[in-house]
Design a protein around this ligand. Structure first.
Ligand code: ZN
Length: 439
């Protein structure tokens, strides 16, 4: 059975081929709901009851709402806008065999390469153009099947099914057209964005998968679409944030960029973006450094990034004791070396929130002989240190351009995240906490 939020999630992801588009779609939702954009270069005069958002680089966004009464801390849910894909180079067109024109690309993030073959792809991103003495950013999305990476026929590589090591420079360049189209990509981008080709001074363009979302399985219990990691958490966080009632803390919807390449940019989790915004909120209400630290001590963060479910064909790849499955609830992620921030305190807080709204939780830990990945929480914690739980929704085929998850789990996350945004944490003693608004 198709679940409540599936269509809306698919619409959001299909309209978000790049982080720039994801942020623009969130910006629109926030505007429609009465949120006011703040510029980092401007003065902020925040008011009790006010609703605000800040965008950095067009690809990371932080939204927050000031309660009408006093506030005790921040309830922050962080996710990321980017996904592994191919970045198109500055002068990408390559004529080959005096006939074909293909595009030169490089990897963005660590992805499964094989599923990118033999499926319609297109190009999206942003252009920066000169405009009457100014520089302006335009989003661009070629909303049609434009390029494809064709496989080599089995007849020409009989060992293809014995395991093949892909070379991105050799194997992964998408076919764009024939000699008739040489030199036309930039022009097409300019036309799609409604600007003059010669005014384009900068661009960030990426390939994206055109395949729409699907609901499938014996009971239609599974969903598949690209970028579930991590736009599913981004979408859930935003919906929950918008629906949540005011509590005694400031709810913060935080979406970083560049998680897939190590978070080390000005808009990534390692940057000062979150710290800058929280500090300025504090200052805007007359707070000093001491107040900021007290607020953080009564705050709680969720680092929301999807998790690996047990794979039906590779059950041995999962930890023998922690076995997350699709449609069995939100996953709390643990790591002995603290790549995930979840500890006893953060887990207890999150479980109490989930219990209060009847949402099931599962646990993910890597097999003890597999290193696993990292995510936002511990990186963001070097800038803003506070109690944090790493969570995510269980999924299969992470970092394929077409990923799979459980239809029911999204609703679980939205329900739990809404409660998370409504409650607040009070530190009542050493190792003692009270979750207000959540019993
Ligand atoms: Zn992720």
């Amino acid at each position: 059975m198709k679940q409540k939020y599936t269509d809306s999630l698919f619409s959001f992801i299909e309209a978000s081929p790049t982080p720039f588009h994801a942020v623009e779609n969130m910006r629109r939702s926030l505007q429609e709901n009465g949120y006011v954009q703040l510029l980092e270069s401007g003065e902020w005069e925040l008011k009790a009851g006010g609703k605000y958002y800040v965008i950095r680089n067009g690809s990371a966004l932080i939204a927050f709402r000031i309660p009408a009464g006093t506030f005790r801390g921040f309830q922050i849910m962080a996710s990321h806008s980017d996904a592994p894909c191919f970045k198109i180079k500055e002068n990408p067109e390559i004529k080959t065999d005096d006939y074909y024109v293909k595009l030169d690309v490089e990897k963005y993030g660590g992805m499964l390469l094989a599923p990118w073959f033999d499926r319609p792809l297109s190009v999206a991103g942003r252009l920066v153009v000169k405009d009457k003495g100014m520089l302006k950013t335009h989003l661009v999305q070629m909303d049609r099947n434009l390029v494809l990476i064709p496989n080599l026929a089995i007849h020409m590589n009989r060992e293809a099914n014995e395991g093949y090591k892909y070379n991105v420079q050799k194997d992964m360049l998408p076919l764009y057209g024939t000699e008739l189209s040489k030199g036309s990509l930039k022009k097409q981008m300019a036309e799609a964005a409604g600007v003059c080709e010669e005014d384009i001074l900068g661009s960030d363009l990426y390939l994206y998968n055109r395949m729409p979302g699907s609901v499938w399985g014996a009971q239609e219990e599974f969903i598949s679409i690209g970028k579930l990691d991590d736009l599913e958490c981004v979408y859930a966080s935003l919906q929950a944030f918008l629906m949540a009632e005011d509590g005694e803390s400031i709810p913060v919807h935080c979406v970083y960029d560049n998680e897939e390449v190590g978070s080390g940019t000005k808009q990534g989790a390692a940057s000062t973006f979150l710290k800058d915004v929280l500090t300025r909120i504090c200052e805007s209400f007359g707070g000093n450094a001491s107040m900021y630290r007290r607020l953080l001590a009564s705050s709680f963060m969720l680092s929301a990034d999807n998790a690996h479910a047990v794979h039906p064909n590779y059950p041995e790849k999962a930890c023998p004791t922690e076995r997350p499955y699709l449609n069995r609830g939100i996953v709390l992620k643990y790591s002995g070396n603290q790549k995930y921030t979840t500890d006893a305190v953060a887990a207890a807080m999150f479980r109490q929130i989930c219990e209060s709204v009847d949402v099931p939780c599962q646990v993910f830990t890597n097999r003890s002989d597999i290193a696993g990945g990292s995510t936002l929480g511990n990186i963001s914690g070097t800038q803003v240190a506070l109690n944090c739980a790493d969570i995510g929704l269980p999924q299969l085929a992470m970092h394929s351009p077409y990923e799979t998850a459980g239809g029911q789990d999204l609703e679980y996350l939205i329900r739990a995240a809404q409660k998370f945004y409504e409650c607040s944490v009070e530190e009542t003693g050493c190792g003692e906490y009270c979750l207000k608004g959540c019993s």
